[in-house]
Design a protein around this ligand. Structure first.
Ligand code: HAM
Length: 420
């Protein structure tokens, strides 16, 4: 028994773990900077009222999980449970709305939540995240999602699913909330205790319940998408179209509500099946009313946060599964006798390797089918088929080719810049 055990739900990060963690932070910093985000740090603690007003008194995060204390001057302070409220407060206090918009900020900082500790759930965790203030355009949501996806992709996180939803404008949410309460009220005796409490405080969170009987009841509940206004729906449709355009796969998930009250339309979450119960690697959304609520000028905003420890857990799971040796790109030629095809393939391999990608060439001269099989065996994320005239890209698990630029340097550039 150690004399001073560390507090429950905290961890010491020793040098061996720092290697992986540092890579996550380096990749995040580079990706945020590449997208024009500037770094911000805000205090570890804020006035308790900020989180009550911003994140919402009725949320678990504020209602049940905060570390709140009185300082020696009798003020109530709270260790930040999340990053958005503090950054929005700083945006208002420093009059940043007067800067050219949008203002784009990123952070990496510890967050504190008094949760029941388990794998991937700590009482002190670190988040990387960003907030974009001053644009209501769907492209701003996509810019933030794409930046998050790019961080995961560069780290090589496999099999992440992006779930996307809109919780709707105030008008839509009020109508939906009323319909949901009407539907759930008759089931009150069958609901779990938390859900009964939420019936009055925060009914939409009942959709997130993990209690089997509640899940059954909720399955037939009214669906949020039916209550969205035409403007909400148009916003979501455009986001879907833009995500398709940059090849970021997603699923629309009408049950995704997320645990923070400030969201006003788009919400999303990236999850991994490598993480068990705590499957969310990172989530975010649009919060167009928060800045005004903090006393600033009306300013639309959107952002995300992602737990560094959960990203590291995904990387460890991947290494344990031997995926770290996986190839990025497998390149074959359609005619092994074609010098022009090989020239293209070799140039592409050289450019990609210079850009840090792991590349395998099909030096065995396999057939197209053989190349497909061997690429899968090597765990290649995609396959390129070079011919005399052109180059084609085939994603892992697919047979549908898409055309790459015929010039190997341009093709390498397109491949290196690919989102998740
Ligand atoms: P959140 O979903 O509450 O969102 O947290 C973001 C991420 O932090 C989660 O997806 C998870 O990876 C990590 N995380 C949360 N709680 C814990 C915990 N107890 N232990 C380990 N990791 C955890 C927010 O905090 C929002 N501020 C995100 C945002 C930014 N929305 C708009 N802008």
């Amino acid at each position: 028994m150690t004399k001073f055990p560390q507090p429950r739900g905290t961890q010491d990060v020793l040098p061996a773990s720092w290697r992986r963690r540092a890579r996550v932070l380096d990749v995040a910093r580079a990706r945020f900077e590449a997208a024009g985000f500037g770094r911000i740090s805000t205090p570890t603690f804020e006035h308790t009222e900020l989180f009550h007003r911003g994140v919402g008194e009725a949320t678990d995060i504020v209602g049940k999980e905060t570390y709140t204390f009185e300082d020696r001057g009798g003020r109530s302070l709270t260790l930040r449970p999340e990053g958005t409220a503090g950054v929005a407060r700083a945006f208002v206090n420093h009059g940043m709305h007067r800067e050219p918009l949008p203002v784009k900020l990123w952070y990496a900082a510890s967050m504190f939540r008094y949760e029941k500790p388990q794998a991937g759930r700590l009482r002190e965790h670190e988040q990387i995240g960003c907030e974009l203030f001053g644009s209501a355009l769907p492209a701003a949501d996509v810019e933030v999602i794409a930046t998050q996806a790019a961080i995961y992709r560069e780290l090589g996180l496999p099999n992440l699913q992006l779930h996307l939803n809109s919780v709707g404008s105030g008008e839509a949410r009020a109508a939906y909330r009323a319909a949901l309460v009407d539907y759930l009220e008759p089931y009150r005796p069958e609901l779990d205790a938390d859900s009964v409490e939420r019936l009055t405080t925060n009914p939409m969170r009942i959709l997130d319940s993990k209690v089997p009987r509640t899940i059954e009841i909720v399955a037939d509940a009214p669906r949020l998408p039916e209550y969205l206004t035409a403007a909400d729906r148009a916003q979501l449709d455009t986001i879907c179209m833009l995500l398709d355009g940059i090849d970021v796969p997603f699923v629309l998930d009408p049950t995704l509500v997320r645990g923070l009250d400030y969201y006003t339309s788009t919400v999303w979450e990236f999850s991994s099946n490598a993480l068990g119960a705590q499957s969310a690697v990172g989530g975010g959304g649009r919060y167009d009313a928060l800045v005004e609520q903090f006393g600033g000028a009306p300013t639309p905003a959107v952002g995300f946060g992602s737990g560094v420890e959960r990203i590291v857990l995904c990387l460890e799971a991947m290494e344990a599964a031997g995926d770290s040796a996986a190839m990025d790109v497998y390149i074959g030629v359609d005619d092994p006798q074609s010098a022009a095809g090989w020239s293209r393939a070799l140039q592409l391999a050289t450019h990609l390797r210079d850009a840090g990608r792991r590349v395998e060439l099909d030096l065995a001269g396999r057939s197209a089918k053989g190349q497909h099989k061997h690429a899968a065996r090597l765990g290649a994320r995609c396959r390129v088929l070079a011919s005399t005239q052109s180059m084609q890209l085939v994603e892992r698990g697919s047979f549908d080719p898409t055309e790459l630029p015929a010039d190997p340097a341009a093709a390498a550039h397109a491949l290196a810049a690919r989102p998740v």
